[in-house]
Design a protein around this ligand. Structure first.
Ligand code: HEM
Ligand code: HEM
Length: 138
């Protein structure tokens, strides 16, 4: 149950995050104004990633591939789901949250696009680096 929520929400988070990153860099290069829609898109990414964080924490406590696997760290697949994926993704979500927070303090549209673009792109790269693809796509 929790696993299927986490697994489905992963598609949503990654999809809106990719769109938000592309949107921010397009906004930056075209020098247009940062509008209400740009803000909403960035906020949807923030909210979905925060929900995914909470669901992920519950999964880590309940799944056999989470904390219960901590005693088997010589197994690379278990090390990924029990340690690397949770740790790196928490860092990624922190970066996205910092980007959101910093964009609010920027006065200019250019500054807002830049903060969202850079921090969200870093978060995206970290997510993609530690997804348990073989579990997900199987
Ligand atoms: C936006 C961030 C995240 C994305 C995109 C993501 C994505 C995924 C995906 C695609 C899987 C494989 C699911 C499957 O087997 O079908 C997975 C598994 C897992 N995730 Fe995440 N995750 C994120 C954040 C987190 C966080 C923050 C934690 C913990 C604090 C976490 C804990 C876990 C655990 C323990 C598993 C393996 C458990 C299992 O499959 O039973 N995830 N995640
Ligand atoms: C462990 C759980 C969570 C932690 C540690 C966390 C942490 C944070 C932090 C530090 C911020 C501040 C960002 C800023 O400075 O603007 C924030 C903002 C926010 N979080 Fe979370 N969050 C969590 C769970 C959630 C959940 C479950 C949701 C939604 C269902 C959520 C929705 C939001 C929203 C909407 C904001 C943006 C506020 C705004 O600037 O308008 N968070 N969160």
């Amino acid at each position: 149950m929790i696993q299927s929520i986490h697994s489905t929400l992963a598609y949503a988070v990654l999809a809106v995050l990719v769109i938000a990153v592309i949107n921010a860099f397009l906004g930056l290069s075209s020098k247009r104004n940062f509008t209400k829609n740009d803000r909403s898109l960035s906020l949807v990414v923030l909210i979905l990633s925060h929900i995914q964080l909470v669901v992920g924490l519950v999964l880590w406590v309940t799944s056999p591939l989470g904390k219960d696997a901590l005693s088997q760290m010589s197994n690379a697949a278990l090390r990924l789901t029990a340690v690397e994926h949770p740790l790196i993704n928490i860092i990624a979500i922190v970066l996205i949250t910092i980007g959101w927070s910093k964009h609010k303090k920027e006065e200019s549209s250019n500054g807002k696009f830049k903060k969202i673009g850079i921090f969200y792109a870093l978060g995206l790269l970290l997510f993609l680096s530690r997804i348990p693809w073989s579990n997900w796509m199987a």
